[in-house]
Design a binder for this molecule. Structure first.
Ligand SMILES: C[S@@+](CC[C@H](N)C(=O)[O-])C[C@H]1O[C@@H](n2cnc3c(N)ncnc32)[C@H](O)[C@@H]1O
Length: 386
């Protein structure tokens, strides 16, 4: 066991009810993926007309997102053994891919019994319904939904960020890391990147003991690339925090891809007690440069805590990046052999190598590597070696 890391306990979070949440998620998302395949790859004759190589050639596609989404769908079925590449390079459907819920009846029945999940599965269903635009018209799924009805898309997004139960371990890891830091007794300067609608703080505020954290905040840099999302987060926090605590907040647009040392009040050397990135760090273009900057701006003993899903084999993992794969922000990473082989979510090995290279020798991983196929959602808490 490492002495420096706090060893956050999440055993109460990775429990049977969480396993059940993921099972339901897998069940319905698997149906959506099959429907996308049947509608856009099989019935259209796409896989009969084009070889696997053509379909996974960047030039074939209208956008990087279309390319990665297509590639990931095909790799998912190849890994499952439902598809095979024939000698002539074309795809063969080895096992029929069925639509188990053609009219969404099972889903609607489920949602009638679980109305609290309507928005969550609503957005996943909408992604299925705009898959054609993503796959063949170069669109971003979220922007397509927002163009259709901006207010509704923003509300669905807020609900997804706040209430998606699958993200519970991610939120709890960050909240507990904040509590641990607060217990050390010193005033806290925190930078949160990609803070969006503020789901971490808003979740934390549901727990009475979170006041210990609020009391310790000296400065909280609440940042995101989207001003609209920051505004949603800010208004909710304004309504819930005392004016004294709210005054400690700095709400600011900040693009993680454009941060540099001393470029802003939150990127000064050795100045931060904590950096929080809830479901966003894998979105940066240059992971190495970003991690090295974080290493510089954290104080010795500061915490870098970030959350995501851990990548495993396509057959188990693709359902967990189905939604994100349709966003342009998810698909722009610069790859680097040995450190970052995957666009989007990384494997544990990629995180380990990237963290060590950037100077984070000490870190704890949740859940443990062997549990990540079963429970992909979690995160890492890392300390700078300095
Ligand atoms: C999946 S959401 C994370 C949820 C967020 N923690 C919340 O509570 O709303 C990803 C967030 O990261 C932001 N984001 C994506 N790329 C970014 C970048 N390069 N710099 C800063 N924020 C970014 C998005 O605008 C979005 O709010």
């Amino acid at each position: 066991m490492n002495r420096q890391v706090p060893n956050i306990d999440l055993t109460d979070v990775y429990d049977e009810s969480f396993t059940g949440e993921l099972e339901v998620y897998r069940r319905f998302v698997t149906v959506f993926i099959n429907q996308i395949f049947i509608r856009h790859f099989e019935k259209t004759g796409l896989i009969q007309k084009h070889s696997f190589q053509e379909l996974t050639n960047l030039d074939f596609h209208s956008s990087l997102t279309a390319f990665h989404f297509t590639r990931k769908i095909l790799e998912y079925y190849l890994d499952k053994g439902d598809l095979q590449i024939k000698e002539d390079g074309y795809l063969n459907i080895v096992r029929p891919i069925e639509d188990d819920d053609p009219e969404d009846r099972d889903l609607d029945d489920f949602l009638a019994k679980h109305p609290e999940k309507r928005n969550f599965f609503g957005i996943l269903r909408k992604i299925r319904d705009v898959a054609k635009e993503v796959l063949f018209e170069g669109q971003d799924a979220l922007l397509t939904l927002a163009n259709d009805n901006f207010r509704q898309a923003m509300q669905l997004w807020e609900d997804l960020m706040l209430n998606a139960r699958v993200k519970r371990p991610c939120h709890q890891l960050v909240i507990r890391a904040m509590q641990d830091k607060a217990r050390q007794g010193k005033p806290l300067t925190i930078f949160e990147g990609g803070a969006g609608v503020g789901s971490i703080l808003r979740d934390g505020l549901k727990q009475p003991e979170f006041t210990n954290v609020l009391e310790k905040i000296e400065r909280y840099h609440f940042t995101d690339v989207s001003l609209s999302l920051i505004k949603m987060g800010r208004e909710s926090l304004r309504a819930q925090l005392s004016p004294e605590v709210f005054d400690k907040f700095n709400f600011k647009v900040a693009n993680l891809d454009k941060l540099f040392l001393n470029g802003s009040s939150f990127t000064r050397k050795d100045s931060l007690d904590m950096i929080i990135l809830e479901h966003v760090l894998y979105d940066v273009i240059d992971l190495d440069a970003t991690l090295k900057l974080f290493h510089q701006i954290l104080k010795p003993g500061g915490y870098l805590v970030f959350t995501m899903a851990f990548r495993s084999e396509p057959k188990s993992f693709f359902p967990f990046e189905y939604l994100q794969s349709t966003f342009q922000s998810y698909n722009k990473a610069r790859l680097e052999e040995g450190y970052r082989n995957n666009v989007g979510y990384l494997t544990l090995k990629e995180w380990e190598n990237s963290l060590k290279r950037a100077g984070f020798e000490d870190f704890e991983v949740h859940p443990a590597g062997e549990d990540q196929v079963q429970w992909p959602y979690g995160g890492i808490l890392a300390l700078p070696s300095k």
